[in-house]
Design a protein around this ligand. Structure first.
Ligand code: SRM
Ligand code: SF4
Length: 584
C-alpha cells in the first residue's frame, strides 16, 4: 500500500473499523432525534447504495428558523446495463411515488436514482427495491460501481451475450459482506458476521470508486475511455471474439488543483470473453494494493497508472493475470450518443421481428410535468407488457435516455400512440443538440454542486438553439454537457461544448471534445456567466457555419481551425489517446 498508517485518509479508518461496512448504521437508523445519520455512517451508507443529502434550496430558510437541514437520502440501484422488465419498472415507479419525490432519475451509468427518501422510510424503501429483485449493493462507495453495457447494439443476441458477461462481472465484483442483508433485509447474523472474507477487496475495500463499462463498436455510448476499466467488444461476422481491454480512465477534477485531472483510458490488449473476470480481478487488485490511500483526490486508478507508469502497471496486471495480454485488435467508434427512434433488430426469438425504441428523457428525469406525462406513458406501456413473456425490456442508456427494447413488431403502433399522447415524442421534434445533451443532477440535492445543471439544461439549450438558428446550424449534431461542478458526472470533459459549474450562474466553458468519446475538451473561458458563454458561442458558430469542412463536427472544427489555440486556454493535463493507432 502506498500510504503509511499515519497518513491514511480518514475514510480508510472508517472502513477498517466498520466491521465490513456495518458501522453504527443500525443505531443511526434507530435515532429518532435527527433526520441524519452519524458522520462515519454517511461514508458507509454509500456502499449500501445511498447518500445522505439535504435540500439545498431550503438550507438558508431552515438555518434562519434554527432547524436542522432538511435531510433525506438518495438511493441508487445496481443494475448492470440498466436492464429492467416492465414489471420491475412498475415497482420502481410505485416506490418513487410512495417513498421518494415522485420522479425516477436515470443516471449517466444506467442506474435509477430515487431522491428525497426520509430516514425513517429508508429501510422500507430498500426492502421494496429488493422485492423488485433489484438491489443497491455497491451502487456507491469504494468498490466496483454499476457496470455499464452498450444500450443499443443492433443485434439483440450480441447485446445479450455482452450483457451476460457484464452481469457476471458485476456479480463477481460485488462485496461479499452480509452487512446489507442484515441491516436492510433483516437477515439473521451468523458466525463470522462482521469478518466476512472479501477475496477481491480485502478488509479496507478499494482506495476509491471503480468503474467498468462494456462498449460495442461502432457505438461508444458508454464512453468506455472514461472508465477505470473498459471492455470493447471485438466482433467478427456477428460473433463475439473477445474484448479489447482499456484501463485508467476517470474524469473527476477539482478547480484550482492541477494535480487532479480528467484522463482517458489506455488500451492494454485483448482478452477472450471467458477471461473477463480474470483480467478484471488483476486490474482491481492491482489498484487495491497500489492505489493511493492518503489523499482521496489522488486515489483513482488513473493516478496509480500515471504515478507508476503504464509499463509498470501493465506488467503488474499481466503478472496477476498469469499471462501477457494479446495485442489489441483494431476497432473504430463512430459516436457516443444514442440513436433515437425505432431501430430494427435482428430476430431474437422464434424469428419474430423485433425493434428497439430509444426515447429522449431530458436530463434523465422521468416525471409528469404539464402535458409531458412521461411517467404515466411509461407506466402504461409497462402495464400492457407486465404480464407477458414477450421479452420486451426497458434499458436505460448511458446518456440518461430510455430504450424500450425487443418490441414485437405488432406492438409498435400502440407504443407510438401512447408515446405521442403523453408527449414523450421529443425524439421526433427536438434538435440534435437537445437530444444529445447531458446534465448531472446538481442542485438542489447534490452536496457538491457549485452551480445548476439539470434544472438549467432546458433553458440553456433553448438559448443555444436560438444561436444555432441564427447561423443556419439548427441541425448540427453537437454534443452539449452540463455539470454543476468539476467532478464531471455528466462526463462534461467529453462534450464538444461543456459547462462546468464554478459558482451560482458561473461556469468554465470547455470546448473541443470529439463526438466519439476519444478526445477530451479543453478549458476555453474560465468562470464566465451566461451572457459571456452565449457571446462566445455566437462567434464560434459563425466561424463554424462559414468555414467548416463537409461533415466536420463542431469539436473537430474547433481543433483543426486553431480556435482552441494554446494561447487562448489553459490545457488540463490529459492523456490523449488514438485508439486506432494503439490497436493497429
Ligand atoms: Fe457522480 C459524486 C451523481 C456519474 C464522478 N455523483 C457524485 C454525488 C454522489 C455527489 C456526492 O458525492 O455527494 C452525486 C449525487 C447527486 C444527486 O443528488 O443525485 C453524483 N454521478 C452522479 C449521477 C447521478 C449523475 C447523473 O446526473 O446521472 C451519476 C450516477 C452514476 C451511477 O449510476 O452510478 C454520476 N459521477 C458520474 C460520472 C460519469 C460516469 O461514471 O460515467 C463521473 C465521472 C467519471 C469518473 O468517475 O471519473 C462521476 N461523482 C463523480 C465524482 C468525482 C470522482 C473523482 O474521481 O474525482 C464525485 C465526487 C467524489 O467521488 O468525491 C461524484
Ligand atoms: Fe454533483 Fe458535481 Fe456530480 Fe454534478 S458533477 S452531480 S454537481 S458532484
Amino acid at each position: 500500500m502506498s500510504a503509511t498508517l499515519a497518513n491514511l485518509s480518514p475514510v480508510e479508518g472508517i472502513k477498517t473499523r466498520s466491521r465490513r461496512l456495518r458501522g453504527t448504521l443500525l443505531e443511526s437508523l434507530a435515532n429518532e432525534v435527527t433526520g441524519a445519520i452519524a458522520d462515519d455512517d454517511t461514508q458507509l451508507i454509500k456502499f449500501h447504495g445511498s447518500y445522505m443529502q439535504d435540500d439545498r434550496d431550503l438550507r438558508e430558510e431552515r438555518r434562519a428558523a434554527k432547524l436542522e437541514p432538511d435531510y433525506s437520502f438518495m438511493i441508487r440501484t445496481r443494475l448492470p446495463g440498466g436492464v429492467v422488465t416492465p414489471a420491475q419498472w412498475l415497482k420502481l415507479d410505485a416506490i418513487a411515488q410512495r417513498y421518494a419525490n415522485g420522479t425516477l432519475r436515470l443516471t449517466t451509468r444506467q442506474a435509477f436514482q430515487f431522491h428525497g427518501v426520509i430516514k425513517r422510510e429508508l429501510k422500507a424503501t430498500l426492502q421494496a427495491i429488493n422485492a423488485a429483485l433489484i438491489d443497491t449493493v455497491a451502487a456507491c462507495g469504494d468498490v466496483n460501481r454499476n457496470v455499464m453495457v452498450a444500450a443499443n447494439p443492433l443485434a439483440s443476441e450480441l447485446h445479450a451475450r455482452v450483457y451476460a458477461d457484464a452481469a457476471k462481472l458485476s456479480e463477481f465484483l460485488k462485496p461479499k459482506t452480509r452487512a446489507y442483508y442484515e441491516i436492510w433485509l433483516d437477515e439473521e447474523k451468523v458466525a463470522g458476521s462482521g469478518e466476512e472474507y472479501e477475496p477481491i477487496y480485502g478488509a479496507v475495500y478499494l482506495p476509491r470508486k471503480f468503474k467498468v463499462a462494456f462498449a460495442v463498436p461502432p457505438l461508444n455510448d458508454v464512453d468506455v475511455f472514461a472508465n477505470d476499466l473498459g471492455f470493447i467488444a471485438v466482433i467478427e461476422n456477428g460473433e463475439l471474439l473477445g474484448y479489447n481491454v482499456v484501463a485508467g480512465g476517470g474524469l473527476g477534477a477539482t478547480h484550482g488543483e492541477p494535480a487532479t485531472y480528467p484522463r482517458l483510458a489506455d488500451v492494454l490488449g485483448f482478452v477472450a470473453a471467458d477471461r473477463v473476470n480474470a483480467i478484471a480481478e488483476a486490474v482491481v487488485t492491482t489498484q487495491r494494493d497500489f492505489g493511493g490511500r492518503a489523499d482521496r483526490k489522488h486515489a483513482r486508478l488513473k493516478y496509480t497508472i500515471d504515478d507508476r507508469g503504464l509499463d509498470w502497471f501493465k506488467a503488474e496486471v499481466e503478472r496477476r493475470f498469469g499471462a501477457p495480454l494479446r495485442p489489441a485488435r483494431p476497432f473504430r467508434f463512430e459516436h457516443n450518443g444514442d440513436r433515437f427512434g425505432w431501430v430494427e433488430s435482428a430476430p431474437i426469438q422464434n424469428g419474430t421481428g423485433r425493434a428497439h425504441l430509444t426515447l429522449r428523457i431530458e436530463a434523465g428525469r422521468v416525471a409528469d410535468r404539464g402535458e409531458q406525462r412521461h411517467l404515466s406513458a411509461l407506466r402504461r406501456i409497462a402495464q400492457i407488457h407486465a404480464n407477458e413473456d414477450s421479452g420486451l425490456e426497458f434499458r436505460l442508456t448511458p446518456n440518461q435516455n430510455l430504450l424500450i427494447a425487443n418490441v414485437p413488431n405488432e406492438d409498435r403502433a400502440e407504443i407510438d400512440e401512447i408515446v405521442a399522447e403523453h408527449r414523450l415524442d421529443l425524439y421526433r421534434t427536438a434538435t440534435p443538440l437537445r437530444l444529445n445533451a447531458l446534465a448531472c443532477v446538481a442542485l438542489p440535492t447534490c452536496a457538491l454542486a457549485m452551480a445548476e445543471a439539470e434544472r438549467y439544461l432546458p433553458d440553456f439549450t433553448g438559448k443555444v438553439e436560438a444561436l444555432l438558428d441564427r447561423h443556419g446550424l439548427r441541425d448540427a449534431d453537437i454534443h452539449l454537457r452540463l455539470s454543476g461542478c468539476p467532478n464531471g458526472c455528466s462526463r462534461p470533459y467529453l462534450g464538444e461544448i461543456a459547462l462546468i459549474g464554478k459558482a451560482p450562474g458561473r461556469y468554465n466553458l470547455m470546448l473541443g471534445a470529439d463526438a466519439r468519446g476519444q478526445r477530451l475538451n479543453r478549458l476555453h473561458r474560465e468562470n464566465v456567466d451566461e451572457a459571456q458563454i452565449l457571446a462566445t458561442l455566437d462567434e464560434l458558430f459563425a466561424s463554424y457555419a462559414s468555414a467548416r469542412a463537409q461533415g466536420e463536427a463542431f469539436g473537430d472544427f474547433l481543433v483543426r481551425s486553431g480556435v482552441l489555440a494554446e494561447a487562448h486556454y489553459k490545457v488540463i493535463p490529459v492523456t490523449l489517446l488514438e485508439p486506432s493507432a494503439a490497436a493497429a
